[in-house]
Design a protein. Structure first.
Lengths: 314, 156
């Protein structure tokens, strides 16, 4: 009887509370390393330079292990309350765009191109892209999985969370079971890193990169003066007024270009609508088009987190 | 004898509980429920020199989070979008909001303690100040009307 009372007293002393915070949306993809090892890479012409990028469509169509692994990670993350973006559905909506649309140019020829990966991220609009690498180790009759899980912010491509490890050797031959055994011990720590990053987004804004360029045909440049101020200073003043807590860094500024990094944009605009890099920079584009500047400009984007304004033409 | 043993265990557990300095930690406002008339019941935290001061600060924090941060913790349903989405609005309109949040200021008209259960306020240990939680109902529709009337929010 006194044992029961003692246990009851201890239980009363134990308090636990779990707050349900807003969680980032996740998209799980195989890593570039895994795609290269398994022969699922394709060539992409990035304005004259051939680059290798993962061919996710081929990987999903041909590799059944990939489907099992991605499905298992999706299940584990969903159990922990993270909304998921299904990569298969995203890729299907991408197929409806023609190859010609991947190249955006001005009417006089200058351009910026988006790789299929940038387009995938833009269509998926996931907050975090989880890249997974795994190898199966065999020690006699037992097997284990060594995995590397990386969480990347889809706007900046910066790694914000990571987990690596090897599961205990097991007689089980099924890949999802081995993977779950390996990943489970690390997943909660990984998720808390993701949540910390996401909480920072709400507090300090989302990070993007902004470039300002000019068309060669434009007679002015970024050092031209409007109302006694250089255009570079006018743009920086706009950034200070419109970024969260005035946070941005001018990494480079010449007469022909400006590079602004770690630009913290609010998650919602003044009307309460969720915004991305393009919608944020449209504000600057509109200000420059109107008097007293009256500078024609073209706004272009690369993925979710990079936006470019090119001055002088449309 | 057995009851005395149980009580002793209870006292021992309380005495051995680790003291933390709650003044160094920011407790986030949590959503408790969404009243279907637009108001929201929140659990907010405040820090002050005594209980009354801490409770008043908790009320201000609740309104501030509704206005500028959105309610991201607790149950789903409360507005995750801030009521004033304009970037850096707290700094832009600081004259207005400084008066709004002054002790006994206009903010008091937009919340009430109707949903608070008696003795539900949680205290966090601190050597330097008092940290308390309070359950408040924030009258969001009326708050929005006030901000539109004062020119902080645009007419929809």
């Amino acid at each position: 009887m006194h044992k029961i009372l003692l246990s009851f007293a201890v239980i009363l002393m134990t308090a636990s509370g779990f707050a349900q915070a807003k969680k980032p949306t996740i998209m799980v993809v195989p890593s570039d390393v895994w795609c290269t090892k398994n022969g699922y890479m394709m060539k992409f012409d990035n304005q004259g330079t051939m680059v290798s990028i993962p061919d996710y469509k081929k990987a999903f169509q041909e590799n059944s292990d990939l489907l099992l692994v991605i499905g298992k990670i999706n299940t584990l993350m969903a159990e922990r309350g993270f909304p998921l973006k299904d990569m298969g559905a995203v890729m299907k909506s991408l197929e409806s765009e023609s190859a010609e649309n991947s190249m955006l140019t001005s009417k006089s020829g200058a351009g910026i191109s988006e790789s299929p990966i940038d387009k995938l991220k833009k269509v998926a609009k996931a907050d975090i892209v989880m890249q997974l690498t795994w190898t199966i180790n065999a020690t006699g009759p037992k097997k284990s999985i060594t995995f590397n899980l990386q969480g990347f912010d889809s706007y900046t491509d910066k790694q914000v969370a990571g987990a690596q490890g090897t599961g205990a050797p097991s007689f089980s031959a099924e890949l999802p079971v081995l993977l779950e055994e390996a990943v489970l011990a690390h997943l909660d720590n990984f998720n808390s890193q993701l949540q910390k990053h996401f909480d920072d987004l709400f507090a300090n804004g989302r990070e993007i990169t902004v470039r300002i360029k000019k068309f060669d045909s434009w007679t002015n440049d970024l050092e031209s003066e409007f109302g006694g101020k250089e255009l570079t200073d006018i743009i920086e003043e706009w950034m200070t007024a419109n970024t969260v807590k005035g946070r941005f860094s001018t990494t480079d500024a010449t007469e022909n270009m400006m590079l602004l990094e770690q630009v913290r944009i609010p998650l919602y605009d003044a009307s309460g609508k969720a915004i991305d890099a393009r919608q944020f920079l449209k504000g600057l584009s509109d200000v420059l088009k109107k008097p007293p500047y009256s500078i024609t400009n073209k706004l272009m984007t690369k993925g979710l987190g990079q936006a470019v304004i090119v001055l002088g033409e449309k | 004898m057995k009851l005395k043993l149980a009580l002793f265990a209870l006292v021992l557990a309380t005495a051995c509980a680790k003291k933390t300095n709650a003044v160094y930690y920011t407790y986030k406002t949590q959503c408790m429920s969404l009243e279907l008339d637009g108001s929201q019941t929140l659990l907010s935290w405040g820090n002050g020199k005594d209980r009354a001061d801490a409770v008043e600060q908790a009320k201000k924090n609740a309104i501030s989070d509704v206005l500028f941060n959105g309610i991201l913790e607790g149950k789903a349903g409360c507005n995750v979008k801030p009521l004033v989405p304009e970037v850096n609005a707290r700094d832009k309109y600081d004259d207005y909001f400084n008066k709004f949040f002054a002790d006994g200021g206009p903010y008091t008209a937009y919340l009430n303690l109707i949903d608070e259960k008696s003795h539900s306020r949680e205290k966090k240990a601190s050597n330097y100040s008092a940290t308390y939680s309070v359950t408040v109902r924030v009258l969001q529709p009326q708050l929005k009307e006030r901000l539109i009337a004062d020119g902080i929010l645009k007419q929809p």
